[in-house]
Design a protein around this ligand. Sequence first.
Ligand SMILES: CC(C)(COP(=O)(O)OP(=O)(O)OC[C@H]1O[C@@H](n2cnc3c(N)ncnc32)[C@H](O)[C@@H]1OP(=O)(O)O)[C@@H](O)C(=O)NCCC(=O)NCCS
Length: 153
Amino acid sequence: MSAVLKDAPKLVRMLDSDLAEVLAIENAVYTHPWTRGNFGDSLRAGYQCWTWRLEAELLGYFVLLVAAGECHLLNLSVAASRQRAGHGSELLRQAMQLARKDGAQRIFLEVRPSNLAGKALYERFGFREVSVRRDYYPAHDGREDALVLTLAL
Ligand SMILES: CC(C)(COP(=O)(O)OP(=O)(O)OC[C@H]1O[C@@H](n2cnc3c(N)ncnc32)[C@H](O)[C@@H]1OP(=O)(O)O)[C@@H](O)C(=O)NCCC(=O)NCCS
């Protein structure tokens, strides 16, 4: 029993002291990663910033903004070496649960059309596309659109 509990990852609030590890993952999994400043601002603004840890190992994290009955998933990432093992799905489930608890009835997020992993994950959960933000993201050669996806909670 204790072995099972020991092996289960846990959701732990993100602190400033996590940022070096968070940025190591962030820089490895995105072509245009968030900066330390982006995470610091999110922490100071009181957004829901959570890490997903197996013992001392950081597996992933998310940043969620809940306001006025809606929530926006601003970042959701899993360490490259830990992807395709269900952690992204579990983090998304946990984020939606927290949002529901805080009164959100709908979740929104943006994803690059080129992000096949992200799109496949959200599709599996039943997200649908509601709009496109033209030239939203920086890209290697210019800009890339953002697909705005949503799901009722
Ligand atoms: C998107 C991301 C969070 C998915 O995390 P993950 O831990 O690999 O997700 P899961 O293992 O729960 O995968 C769930 C499903 O998503 C889809 N998926 C995940 N990665 C995929 C990939 N590389 N290619 C195609 N489908 C993929 C599959 O349907 C997968 O189910 P399966 O493994 O049974 O086929 C992860 O790839 C990541 O951190 N990417 C970089 C950051 C990012 O793009 N975040 C989203 C920004 S909007």
